[in-house]
Ligand binder design. Structure first.
Ligand SMILES: Cc1ncc(COP(=O)(O)O)c(C=O)c1O
Length: 406
């Protein structure tokens, strides 16, 4: 059975081979319907209205929070709606001094990231470091495209104030052992703040924030079969209580005078102004969609596709694949180059076959520098992909390579 039937885009574009789910997933009908239904039948602003439409919209918005919380084993008050992973991380960068200031006064001013971070989990921290006197340190990679856990033991020290790491590399597909890093970090400095960028993991593997023991975790709706413009920031309740709000304005206050304002408890204190209500509600539908199939089934399907794709890609002449040989530690993302063909050329030529892949640095320029390349061609799978998609890709790649060889 193909899961394509749940996704209207494959009905309107029957020949589409979509291999760019790491950039954004396609949307199942139930998610699209939830957005349409909201605007056609349920549209009202939340929290303030005393009429039925507003009361119902508020109920659905808060129900969505519960669904997201259950999905990652959090408490509903620990879920903040943002506009995406980038927004979630920026929220932290702008406010984290309210958690780390005292530690910083004691000389704990190191921020540890890895060399495989997406720019979203690098550029904001660079700005914090530049303007507020933090020092950035990076966990390097091994030759297997994995994090070097031995080096991590030296890099994370008792001076580390913040550890922010991607769960899965969007360029390599490597699954990082974030739990091990968090445990190590808390041993070195019990007051360290730990953050997981879960943009590429949440839709592929079961996430349990209590088990991971992370302080924060960020992800995007649009990469998780949900709509664009919605993201999540999970934070541990006692930490959210201490964290300063980022945006200020309506809905996040309890009382305001001309001189002062009192703020609501989390999560409301982080959700100023009108939120993307339709997308929050549709995000809950995306999670229901995932839950109905089951994450273990999704993972199994994608792992099978990955193994099939790796086997077939390896048969293509002059291909270099940037993928850990420990495939149980990798997700359904494969990066590669074919000798003599720029990845951008590959992507545009594949477009002629109606095959959508991503090419370039994947918002990981430092990672590409570490690998000594300017970019890669990247394929990434969703639940709708099939072995037939991979066959079409590999056949097209063989033909393109032959043209370049002539
Ligand atoms: C690992 C990782 N982090 C963060 C982001 C940024 O996500 P968004 O653009 O939805 O904010 C991405 C997007 O590709 C990503 O792959």
């Amino acid at each position: 059975m193909s899961y394509k039937q749940h996704f209207p885009i494959f009905e309107t574009n029957k020949e589409l081979v979509y291999l760019d789910s790491a950039a954004t997933t396609q949307k199942p009908k139930q998610v699209i319907d939830a957005v349409t239904k909201f605007y056609e039948e349920e549209n009202a602003n939340i929290h303030r209205g005393l009429y039925n439409l507003s009361i119902e919209a508020t109920k659905k918005y808060e129900e969505a929070r519960k669904i997201v919380a259950e999905f990652i084993n959090a408490d509903e008050n620990e879920i903040i709606f943002t506009s995406g992973t980038t927004n979630s991380i920026n929220l932290l960068v702008y406010t984290i001094d309210s958690l780390t200031w005292t530690e910083k006064e004691k000389g704990k001013n190191e921020i540890v990231l890895s060399e495989m971070e997406h720019h979203s989990n690098l550029v904001p921290w660079q700005q914090l470091a530049k303007h507020f006197g933090y020092k950035l340190k990076f966990i390097p990679l091994t030759n297997n495209f994995e994090l070097d856990y031995n080096k991590a033991k030296e890099i994370i020290t008792d001076k580390t104030a913040i550890l922010s790491i991607t769960h899965i590399s969007n360029a390599l597909g490597t699954i990082n052992n974030v739990k091990q890093l968090i445990t190590l970090a808390k041993q070195k400095n019990p007051n360290i703040i730990t953050i997981i960028d879960a943009a590429q993991s949440i839709q592929h593997m079961k996430t349990n924030v209590k088990d991971l023991d992370c302080d924060f975790l960020a992800f995007s709706g649009h990469k998780t079969y949900g709509p664009m413009g919605i993201g999540i920031l999970y934070g541990k309740k006692p930490i959210l209580e201490k964290l300063r709000p980022f945006y200020f304005g309506g809905d996040m206050i309890t009382s305001v005078t001309l001189d002062n304002s009192e703020f609501q408890n989390p999560p409301a204190k982080f959700e100023a102004g009108t939120q993307n209500i339709a997308s929050v509600i549709a995000m809950a539908e995306a999670i229901k969609f995932i839950n109905n199939i089951g994450l273990s089934k999704i993972q199994q399907h994608e792992q099978e596709l990955k193994i099939y794709a790796l086997t077939k890609l390896k048969q293509i002449k002059d291909i270099a694949i940037y993928h850990s040989p420990n495939i149980e530690n990798t997700s359904s993302i494969i990066s590669f180059n074919i000798k003599g063909i720029h990845s951008h050329d590959l992507a545009s030529l594949l477009n002629d076959y109606n095959i959508a892949i991503r090419a370039g640095h994947h918002c990981c320029m430092p990672l590409m520098s570490a690998l000594g390349i300017s970019g890669t061609a990247r394929i990434s799978f969703g639940i709708y992909n099939t072995k037939d998609d991979i066959d079409k890709l590999c056949n097209a790649l063989i033909k393109i390579r032959e043209v370049f060889e002539k």
